[in-house]
Design a protein around this ligand. Structure first.
Ligand code: HEC
Ligand code: HEC
Length: 232
């Protein structure tokens, strides 16, 4: 495991003091809630995890990814049940020999203390099932790629993406609303007023839709939008 420093968010901190609760065989275990309740005291649960100086354990995303990577399975369909089995065994009976962590990380974190008595085997099963699905490498990669694509957009386009302007407008082609290149011919004040207060029936051919008001946008955002539209 790669040792990296991560940060536990305030939300996670709320779960630090967790109590053991009675349970019955008939209850349905909520793996996500149990993970927060039983594991967030040491493992950072964010995906991607935030940087944290004195972390007590590797972030759950790192645990999930490398257990999936290092676990030996005969067939793809074995992967999930083996993963759950490993979690159940490790959380209740951890040891340096069983850990997939590299020696250096193990030395710095120390072996995980057994959680026997704090969490049942069934609960760990539900947690593992949740972790297996939630910390998905492909989903994570797609999220990172989408974020990287978003981050390099001009600020104006970022604001438009966030506010759904592109559902009705594109740069070159008319959609429900006129294209931004057509709009670029308007004056700054006109553009600003329409964004703030909305408009309907002004443009020929776009009578079916209306431009909703965006009162929630602040002056700075609107100025960025106006500049971006006028730059086209
Ligand atoms: C008191 C702190 C602490 C708590 C609470 C804790 N862990 Fe850990 N866990 C660690 C540390 C430290 C490591 C890294 C060293 C190791 O592998 O034993 C670790 C590692 C692991 C590993 C990885 C083993 C490997 O091979 O990489 C799994 C799986 C795991 N924890 C699951 C859980 C689950 C599930 C919970 C909640 C039920 C939990 N842990 C609660 C401290 C904790
Ligand atoms: C639900 C669809 C819809 C959404 C969402 C939408 N618009 Fe519009 N927009 C329109 C329509 C339709 C018009 C034409 C209105 C008219 O004819 O009066 C328009 C017109 C405009 C104009 C024209 C200004 C002018 O003077 O004519 C601007 C600027 C504009 N939109 C910017 C935006 C921005 C920026 C966003 C996002 C913050 C946005 N729009 C979101 C439908 C939409």
């Amino acid at each position: 495991m790669f040792k990296t420093k991560y940060y536990i968010s305030g939300l996670m901190a709320a779960f630090l003091l967790s109590a053991c609760s009675d349970h019955h065989d008939s209850v349905h275990y909520d793996g996500g809630a149990l993970l927060k309740e039983k594991c967030a005291a040491c493992h950072n649960l964010s995906m991607p995890p935030k940087t944290f100086q004195d972390e007590k354990a590797p972030p759950m995303m790192a645990v999930a990814f490398h257990v999936k990577d290092f676990m030996k399975v005969a067939t793809a369909s074995d992967k999930k049940p083996k993963f759950i089995e490993f979690f159940q065994e490790y959380v209740l009976h951890p040891s340096a020999e069983k850990s997939f962590c590299d020696k250096e990380s193990l030395a710095s974190y120390g072996v995980m203390p057994s959680q026997e008595g704090k969490v049942s085997k069934e609960e760990v099963g539900a947690i593992a099932e949740y972790v297996y699905t939630y910390y998905d490498e492909e989903k994570f990669l797609a999220q990172m790629q989408a974020k990287a694509k978003f981050d390099v957009l001009p600020l104006g386009e970022q604001i438009m993406t966030k506010n759904g302007c592109k559902n009705c407008h594109s740069i070159d082609k008319p959609k429900a609303g006129p294209s931004f290149r057509m709009i670029a011919k308007r004056s700054d004040t006109e553009i600003k007023q329409v964004i703030l207060h909305g408009s309907k029936g002004k443009w020929k051919g776009f009578e079916k839709a209306m431009m909703p008001p965006f009162k929630q946008l602040n002056d700075q955002d609107i100025d960025v939008l106006v500049k971006w539209i006028k730059s086209l």
